[in-house]
Design a protein. Structure first.
Length: 349
């Protein structure tokens, strides 16, 4: 079974959940051979790279241009999208040729429009997996009307060719694929290490809450020296060279609180590892409003202003967050298995 998987290079969230989905597909089908086409860092796919999975560099989409984790450059985002789509048909033709060459049985995309346009050109079924679509994300930026007027219609046209869409929680968009959309549970990385062992290995002793700052690929200007001196909590800091077998989800599971901006990757990992989230705003990003409305139903969460975040005034918010009750029900986090079974069944009929 030959699967070609296109992964957005924007941030780490797409790649982190897709690693779990690919792992589940490989577990279900020992004969599965998966080509991953992405601009996401190859190291993110380290846990699954091998005989069954070939990771290949490709600019599959342009996502958003981030100044840092909390600020988006809207105009440059529009310019980059216009550049990419100026020769979109050539890109589609090249990818369709690749799909023919490797004899792809199915294309999966999270969620570059290139995946679905190329699959349609090659006559291969395609499956979208994600919690948002790029036309929805771009729709709130006036810069796209001025600098990239044809991009959103082109994206919607590509999405409309998808055979199936598997929609994750905390979602938005999907109108072009509405007729073929199914909802699935969270796909998320779960730690397999004992949280207490991880805390001891990190030198986290005593009964102070453990707090993990998590600002992903783009970072944030945090006052780390000040935070390390806190009497109220202990800071969890990833080792620059972690031991073999350690993964980021182990840090999430070892923490009492993650401090971040709302994004699917970190929110889903907090859900899966039962960790509270202290979140801040992230600029004009339409997904943010969905997360703020829905997060209280799936995990303990609390807002902290960017001013307090960047000044290191975390103690009161951490204490208040940990005093909050958890949601009445924990959501399912077996979306990787559900999606893998669905995609494989689409192929074998």
């Amino acid at each position: 079974m030959q699967i070609v998987f296109y992964v957005s290079g924007h941030g780490f969230g797409h790649a982190s959940r897709d690693v779990e989905l690919i792992r589940a597909m490989c577990a279900l089908r020992a004969d599965a051979r998966i080509v991953v086409r992405t601009a996401a860092p190859e190291r993110l796919f380290g846990p699954i790279a091998g005989a069954q999975v070939d990771v290949q560099p490709l600019e599959a989409d342009t996502g958003l241009v981030q100044i840092d984790s909390l600020q988006i450059d809207e105009e440059e985002s529009a310019r980059q999208a216009a550049r990419f789509h100026a020769d979109f048909d050539r890109r589609v033709a090249e990818e369709a040729e690749l799909l023919d060459r490797v004899q792809a049985d199915v294309v999966v995309g999270d969620t570059p429009p290139l995946a679905f346009a190329s699959a349609a050109r090659a006559g291969v079924p395609s499956v979208a997996v994600g919690n948002f679509t790029w036309d929805w994300i771009y729709s709130v930026y006036p810069a796209f009307d001025r600098l990239a007027p044809g991009v959103i219609p082109a994206i919607r046209h590509a999405y409309a060719s998808a055979t199936l869409a598997l929609r994750l929680p905390l979602h938005g968009g999907f109108e072009p694929m509405a007729a073929v959309t199914r909802d699935i549970p969270f796909i998320a990385r779960r730690s397999t290490r004992d949280a207490g062992d991880t805390r001891r290995a990190l030198g986290l002793t005593g009964d102070r809450p453990a707090v993990l700052p998590s600002f992903g690929a783009y970072g944030a200007d945090l006052p780390l020296a000040l935070l390390r001196r806190s009497d109220s909590f202990a800071l969890v800091e990833p080792a620059p060279d972690p031991p073999p077998g350690w993964f980021y989800q182990d840090l999430v599971a070892a923490a009492d609180v993650v401090v971040s901006k709302p994004g699917y990757g970190i929110v889903s990992e907090c859900v899966a590892n039962d960790t509270a989230l202290l979140y801040t705003s992230r600029g004009r990003f339409i997904e943010y409003d969905v997360f703020v409305a829905e997060m209280p139903h799936v995990l303990r969460c609390r807002y902290i202003s960017q001013q307090d975040l960047l000044a290191g005034r975390w103690a009161h918010a951490v204490e208040a967050l940990l005093a909050q009750p958890a949601p009445a029900e924990r959501p399912r986090v077996d979306g990787a298995r559900v999606a893998a079974e669905t995609i494989i069944n689409l192929v074998i009929g």
